[in-house]
Design a protein around this ligand. Structure first.
Ligand code: PMP
Length: 407
């Protein structure tokens, strides 16, 4: 079966050119069927292990945890926590570290972070009178390893940064960054937002030696409403949960003062899990395992190279500002002179059936990187083709005609 045939949405929407994979990827039939099959055939609450379907539900969670650990090369399966997404995972890390952050401590971030990796830190920092320190970037570079020594101080407690930006598309070299950070100040807790890379390149927590990572299932051909928080076991044991409830309580004293919480991963998974999504996520992990991340990366690099060459051959860079043309992530951001980004995305949609995205892309400080508040973003996935890029190039060549189409 060819890859595109595995995605019913492409068959149900003939001509759709889906270039918004940075927002969410489409779902293969195996993922859709796994979710419905769970609801049709099992549909039990996983904490109920007293009967066969309840036991089957619990088995699915165990298997998915094991597969997730394998994907990110985590040695201990219990370090994989299921959340509702990257946003939930980073909130859990930031608020869970509250007792560890004190007045005048510094939390290091970059100007290319998504709001999910800025707001939780800003709120915790404001509450604890700590300081947020940002690493400025320019549009063609990510974190400059040689300059880390200028921003890391003895007060730096946490460094949270994105693996690949959802706007400028730059992919940071996590391993080298971590090595450098550890030589400057070995006590810093390092958090990496892998939302944009988990389905596009290898994520290896063991060789990176990071402390926490976060990602979302829906950006990796999986279901909505599910994500992962991975952390080093020693830190997870210290981290405070942000949700409390069933599944994670071990004891509650008669006077309702004292309690004991379950150990990880249950400690961070209060309440009934999104079990049908976990079943679908298992199918997504199988899908990725079957295709192989290296092959996806190679395909997306080829598409980006093809696009880059076409842009240059068509001299599109004379009328359009591309912000990250040379970068490797399967993302490209741009602005056409004197055209509102939303007019461009509407033009691409109405005339060419190209699904792209306009706005700030929830990464509001990227404005400091390329001097514009908003832009158009296109982003690739495993099913995109060179033929689709040809259509995009034709559309970009005709971008001046957007007024005729929209109004
Ligand atoms: N970080 C990055 C880099 C992202 O691209 C996104 C999603 N756009 C998020 C975090 C948040 O992911 P979610 O909305 O799935 O929680």
């Amino acid at each position: 079966m060819k890859i595109r045939e595995k995605f019913p949405i492409l068959r149900n929407n003939p001509g759709l050119i889906y270039l918004d994979n940075g927002a969410t990827t489409l779902k293969p039939i195996s993922v859709i069927q796994a979710e419905t099959s769970y609801l049709e055939n099992i549909s039990a609450n996983p904490h109920a292990i007293d009967y066969k379907t309840g036991f089957a539900a619990t088995e699915i969670i165990t298997e998915t945890r094991v597969k997730t650990a394998k994907l990110i090369n985590a040695k201990n399966t219990n370090e994989v926590i299921f959340t509702s997404g990257t946003t939930h995972s980073i909130n859990q890390i930031a608020f869970g570290l509250k007792n560890f952050i004190h007045e005048k401590d510094e939390i290091l971030v970059t100007t290319m972070e998504h709001s999910a990796n800025l707001l939780p830190w800003i709120i915790v920092a404001n509450e604890k009178k700590a300081q947020i320190v940002k690493i400025p970037l320019n549009k063609d570079t990510g974190i400059n390893i040689n300059k880390l020594v200028e921003v890391i101080t003895p007060q730096t407690k946490i460094f949270s940064f994105v693996h690949a930006s959802n706007t400028i598309g730059f992919e940071n070299d996590v391993k080298k960054i971590v090595q450098k950070v550890r030589t400057i100040n070995p006590n810093i807790i390092i958090v990496v937002d892998c939302a944009q890379t988990i389905a596009h390149t290898n994520v290896d927590v063991e060789s990176w030696d990071v402390d926490f990572i976060a990602f979302s299932a829906h950006k990796m051909y999986g279901p909505f409403g599910l994500g992962v928080l991975w952390g080093k076991i020693a830190l997870l044991n210290e981290l405070l949960p942000i949700f409390y409830g069933g599944g994670m309580s071990k004891e509650i004293s008669e006077d309702l003062i004292n309690y004991k919480l379950a150990s990880i991963p249950a400690k961070f998974e209060a309440g009934t899990p999104n079990i049908s999504a976990i079943a679908a996520f298992l199918a997504a992990l199988n899908f990725l395992e079957e295709i192989k991340i290296e092959k996806i990366r190679k395909h997306e690099h080829e598409l980006k190279d093809y696009l880059r060459n076409k842009i240059k051959a068509n001299k599109l860079d004379l009328k359009i500002d591309f912000y990250n043309l040379e970068n490797h992530a399967p993302i490209l951001n741009f602005n056409a002179k004197n055209v509102n980004p939303q007019d461009i995305t509407h033009f691409l949609d109405f005339k060419y059936k190209i699904a792209s995205r306009s706005g700030a892309h929830c990464a509001r400080r990227t404005e400091e990187v390329y001097g514009e508040k908003t832009s158009v973003r296109i982003s690739f996935g495993v099913y995109n083709t060179k033929e689709e890029i040809d259509v995009l190039i034709e559309a970009l060549n005709n971008i001046d005609k957007f007024l005729d189409v929209i109004f």
